[in-house]
Design a protein around this ligand. Sequence first.
Ligand SMILES: Cc1cc2nc3c(=O)[nH]c(=O)nc-3n(C[C@H](O)[C@H](O)[C@H](O)COP(=O)(O)O)c2cc1C
Length: 251
Amino acid sequence: MNKISEVLLNRRTIRKYSEEAVGDDILNELLTMACRASTTGNMQVYSIIITRDDAMKRELSPLHFNQKMVTEAKVVLTFCADFNRFNKWCLLRKADPGYDNFLSFITASIDALLVAQTFCIAAEAKGLGICYLGTTTYMANKIIDVLKLPKGVVPVTTITLGWTLEKPEQVDRLPLEAVIHYKTYSDYSIDRIEMIYRDKEERSDSLQFVKENSKESLAQVFTDVRYKKADNVYFSNVLLQVLKDQGFMNQ
Ligand SMILES: Cc1cc2nc3c(=O)[nH]c(=O)nc-3n(C[C@H](O)[C@H](O)[C@H](O)COP(=O)(O)O)c2cc1C
């Protein structure tokens, strides 16, 4: 295996970090590599907020539901969809920016996620550990306040970064044929759904999960415990308001 396949095939999310510093040199090297990611029209409609300061991490922590990685990781990076900088440049050059709409938010989010994921691969290749925080989109309104994000800027994901202090078991993935379609989408029959999810459901950690949560099935752990409809609807409305407030729903 060459290095890139080794990194990609052996990676896992890391949630425990050592006390060892993550220096500015390595961080800048990773950021430089990440910013080589593809970007829509080479506009780079993203920004990355670096948090190293303990007091700021403590402010961010409750906004990430007190997940301990926020205060324990050496660096917290918030990746934002950002049309603010590009809009300002356009206005300065007598160009009329038409980026106050939902499509532009998606465009900038894609840019931000591509740079985030490239950063993660670069970090993992250097032996660092990362964890994404999905809480960013749930609490975007409050994160905007703490990080002082202006109009045109919305946080879309957060990554915690540090030298790894654990080597957890790799978690499962669905078989490749579950997610790949040739030529056109081939919709899933009941038999295929049974087959695709069987291994996942029969894993001992899955069975334990179901038991601990007093549920009938693993799917119920997702729908009734981890990602509930009521929470999704609530945070969806919060996020829609954020998009309005940050100027992405003006068309
Ligand atoms: C967008 C996104 C949000 C995530 N949010 C969290 C999170 O809030 N907390 C956490 O511990 N892990 C989070 N994760 C990590 C996933 O739980 C993890 O990637 C998944 O369980 C697969 O594990 P692996 O990365 O070790 O293969 C997130 C991952 C992604 C891609």
